[in-house]
Design a protein around this ligand. Structure first.
Ligand SMILES: Cc1ncc(COP(=O)(O)O)c(C=O)c1O
Length: 371
């Protein structure tokens, strides 16, 4: 981690300190409230649970500290993505998305933006700069893309999008603000599913939008308040708790992923291994420049769907489950989710187990498959 990231992580733990009154709880109190005491003209105070909540404020303060930008919390990553689509776009606009990113983002655009007269195009992450960005109001990238882990040059895309008078949003879910800082690279908006590593315990969905542009923040807050796409205070409380340990969990997960990817490379059952941290990976040279860490996702293929299922089910330290970023290492055969990958393609999400124990269990399950 850079010195900046270390300082950010250290101060994150103490963010509440300046606001304490004598006798206040050190841990964040959970405020469950649909309505607030508001006699007369209560302008400037909490009035109604769709407009504001002290537990959201606390989690947004931590996220803003991490992103170095104002943040708006949402009940899921998709709700955050929907807020920029519906809060910022209008009929006649065009949007450009990755063809190989999280499939539901494309689904949302295809099924709902088209009906509003908003054009949607897609292109692969690895060649995202090809073709330019003329005519696009919003360009949306996901880097590394989920699940294949291709990356694009965020600074170069931001430069080209701005030259074409568009805005750039980056889905930073796979990296978190500790692993990659799209706003510092020139992006206008970050969206993320805090359901993943930021919460980290696989027990709540959450998302956020971050931007240093005040009009963008106003537009997504207006969308949240009016559409009612609001997070539950309890989920905000869980995510706040998760964020306090994100740095240690993320560090462990990324370090373990580096070790395990390096060993998977030499296993005879593994083909098409992708991990941005591996020398020789198509993403590696750019990853070294634009990412602080290489992340905790690894993808590879086994000989068949059956082998992939057997590998996942047969490993005692892999949780067969969708999603990623939790304390449990998990894996999924992504063809089951409709991604354009082969039947034996596995996305492995490294968790917080001690690395050597985890590798021993992964290797044993691979060895049982045969060559
Ligand atoms: C890259 C990416 N973005 C967004 C999302 C959506 O997040 P959520 O499931 O919290 O809506 C996901 C979910 O897997 C994801 O992988």
């Amino acid at each position: 981690m850079t010195d900046n990231a270390q300082a950010r992580a250290a101060h994150l733990i103490h963010l509440r300190r300046s606001g304490y009154s004598l006798g206040d709880p050190v841990a964040l109190p959970l405020t469950m409230a649909a309505t607030y005491h508001s006699p007369g003209d209560a302008t400037g105070y909490n009035q109604y649970g769709r407009f504001s909540n002290p537990t959201w404020d606390a989690v947004e303060k931590v996220l803003a500290h991490l992103e170095d930008a104002p943040c708006v919390a949402f009940p899921s990553g998709m709700a955050a993505i929907a807020s920029i689509f519906f809060g910022l776009l209008k009929t006649g606009d065009r949007v450009l998305l990755p063809s190989d990113g999280y499939h539901t983002t494309r689904g949302l655009a295809d099924r709902f933006l088209g009906k509003l007269g908003i054009g949607v195009d897609v292109r692969p992450t690895a060649s995202f700069l090809d073709g330019g960005f003329a005519g696009y109001r919003l360009v949306f990238v996901e880097s590394p893309s989920n699940p294949v882990l291709d990356i694009c040059d965020i600074a170069a895309v931001a430069h080209a999008v701005h030259a074409a008078s568009g805005i750039l949003a980056v889905d930073n879910t796979t990296m978190t603000p500790y692993g990659q800082r799209p706003l510092d690279l020139g992006a206008d908006i970050v969206v993320a599913a805090d359901t993943k590593a930021p919460n980290g315990h696989s027990d709540a969905l959450f998302g956020h939008v971050a931007s240093r542009n005040a009009d963008t923040i106003t537009a997504v807050m207006d969308w949240r308040e009016t559409s009612g796409s609001i997070p539950s205070p309890f989920d905000a409380w869980l995510v706040h708790r998760g964020l306090e340990t994100l740095e240690v969990r993320f560090d462990r997960m990324c370090s373990s992923a580096e070790l395990i990817a390096g060993r998977l490379k030499d296993h005879p059952a593994v083909h098409g291994l992708r991990f941005p941290g591996l020398e020789g990976d198509p993403s590696h040279n750019l990853a070294r420049i634009q990412m602080q860490r290489f992340g905790f996702l690894i993808s590879f293929s086994l000989a068949s769907a059956e082998q992939a299922d057997d590998f996942i089910a047969g490993c005692e330290l892999i949780q067969p489950a969708t999603s990623f970023g939790g304390v449990h290492t998990s894996a999924e055969r992504r063809a089951c989710r409709g991604d354009a990958v082969g039947p034996g393609f596995v996305r492995l999400a490294i968790g917080c187990e001690p690395a050597e124990e985890l590798w021993t269990a992964i290797k044993a399950s691979l060895d049982r498959l045969g060559g």
